[in-house]
Write a protein that binds this ligand. Structure first.
Ligand code: SF4
Length: 189
């Protein structure tokens, strides 16, 4: 933001001002849903009343990159739609964040084929990888909270040229599947 550059560095005024700016940023993350497949349904569920993404100030979905600062890639990305994704990312203003939601966005998932991008991080920087097929809404909320924590701590990594580096946070699954196969008994007892 322009006013940050105008303030003297390392003054108490700058420090307090940064805290206010970071609080405002993390409390009003506006996502742009790039939802292409089934993960998009879980993304919609996250914004609905049961999970209520607005508790985290992130429910204002924007479909214009100029009004969004969190790109959520939910679902598989085809080679043909990749230029659209890249253009949307480039049109978003800094500071901006990217969540790769689900196995397909992060790795191509089960779609090991030439027509599907085998991980969007090969083409745009990804901050948080949310695991699952699909991830549950709680997992996506965990991913958004991970970004909020980084903003809050004013801990945004930058390279020597001042460009922001991707966070590369890989969330761990928050559930344990039961052992498979389950015991089944067949026949008369
Ligand atoms: S990760 Fe699973 S749920 Fe998500 S888009 Fe791929 S196949 Fe669908």
């Amino acid at each position: 933001m322009g006013i940050e550059a105008a303030l003297p560095h390392d003054s108490i005024l700058t420090t307090q001002f940064n805290r206010v700016v970071n609080w405002a940023r993390r409390s009003s993350v506006w996502p742009l849903p790039f939802a292409t497949a089934c993960c998009g349904i879980e993304l919609m569920a996250t914004a609905c009343s049961r999970f209520d993404l607005s508790r985290f100030g992130a429910e204002v979905m924007r479909f214009s990159p100029r009004q969004a600062d969190l790109l959520i890639v939910a679902g598989r990305v085809g080679i043909k739609s990749l230029p659209v994704l890249q253009r949307i990312y480039m049109q978003m203003a800094e500071p901006k964040w990217v969540i790769s939601m689900g196995a397909c966005a992060s790795t191509g998932g089960v779609f090991d084929t030439y027509a599907v991008v085998q991980g969007v991080d090969q083409f745009i920087p990804v901050d948080v990888y949310v695991p699952g097929c699909p991830p549950r809404p709680e997992m996506l909320i965990e991913g958004i909270m991970a970004i909020q924590r980084i903003i809050d701590e004013d801990n945004i990594p930058k390279d020597p040229d001042g460009m922001r580096l991707p966070l590369n946070i890989a969330l761990q699954p928050n559930y344990e599947p039961s052992a498979q196969p389950m015991d089944i008994s067949v026949g008369a007892t």
